[in-house]
Design a protein around this ligand. Structure first.
Ligand code: 13P
Length: 259
């Protein structure tokens, strides 16, 4: 039996001027009541967070940042802290996105420190894991995910796990149009669920939201959501248009309601 209603998050990455952000968030807020009980979360660039929060106020749409630093404040030029995201109206922060790992040198131990900072300040971390194409082709997918979970979630408690969202994003599927098949995604999601079960037991493991990300579109959302351990999506490109983001939520809801 499925525990969680669809959780649909849109990571805008380094896109959207303020004007574009206003239009996008307004359309999503307008559609949100018709998409209940799906949870919608938008993750704009830092510059648009305050405006997005204002426009989402009073709606069910959650706002998230794309990254945080682990210290609360200080001489860390260019960084943003968890209290700052809270102050800007966020309830979530993406942590350990593969683009941060690949281009900005993020490590599993840094991810662990960032998760702690987020939790300390009442933000729900959306923690990303995923393997590269070379790792997949070398049969190292599960080993890679296992290390990311072991190191990233080190010393997290059951209570912490109640607030952490996980996202499996195979690097080879991000921005490539090459989505993991539902079977490929489910294999990793089921592994993650089992790993959580071994560490935290049930019902904790059963309720952790595990998202899939990597070329999610309206056309593949239904089949992916049909898989037992896929609780929703972290969409990139398709979240930059209100129409396709909303349609992804509708497709997941359609699969959810059939159960
Ligand atoms: P795309 O949906 O553009 O492949 O991006 C996925 C992603 O990285 C979301 O965090």
């Amino acid at each position: 039996m499925r525990r969680n209603p669809p959780f649909i998050a849109g990571n805008w990455k380094m896109h959207a001027t303020l004007a574009e952000a206003r239009t996008l968030i307004s359309e999503i807020v307008k559609a949100a009541p018709g998409l209940s009980p799906a949870r919608l979360v938008v993750i704009p660039p830092f510059t648009a967070l305050c405006e997005a929060s204002k426009l989402a106020q009073g709606s069910s749409v959650g706002i998230g940042g794309q990254n945080i630093y682990w210290e609360d404040k200080g001489a860390f030029t260019g960084e943003i802290s968890a209290p700052m995201l809270k102050d800007a109206g966020c309830s979530y922060s993406v942590i350990g996105h593969s683009e941060r790992r690949q281009f900005f040198g993020e490590t599993d131990s840094g991810v662990n420190r960032k998760i702690r900072a987020a939790l300390r300040h009442g933000l729900s971390p959306i923690v990303c894991v995923g393997e590269s194409l070379e790792e997949r082709e070398a049969g190292k997918t599960i080993a890679r995910i296992k290390t990311q979970l072991d190191e990233g979630l080190r010393e997290m408690t059951r209570e912490d796990m109640g607030r952490i969202v996980l996202a499996y994003e195979p690097i080879w599927a991000i921005g490539t149009g090459r989505t993991a098949t539902p079977g490929q995604a489910e294999e990793v999601h089921a592994f993650i669920r089992k790993d959580l079960e071994e560490k935290y037991g049930n019902p904790t493991a059963a309720y952790v939201i595990i998202l899939y990300g990597g070329s999610v579109k309206p056309a593949n959302a239904y089949a992916l959501f049909k898989e037992k351990n896929i609780d929703g999506f972290l969409a990139g490109g398709a979240s930059l248009e209100a129409g396709s983001f909303i349609q992804i939520a509708k497709e997941a809801l359609r699969a959810y309601e059939e159960e």
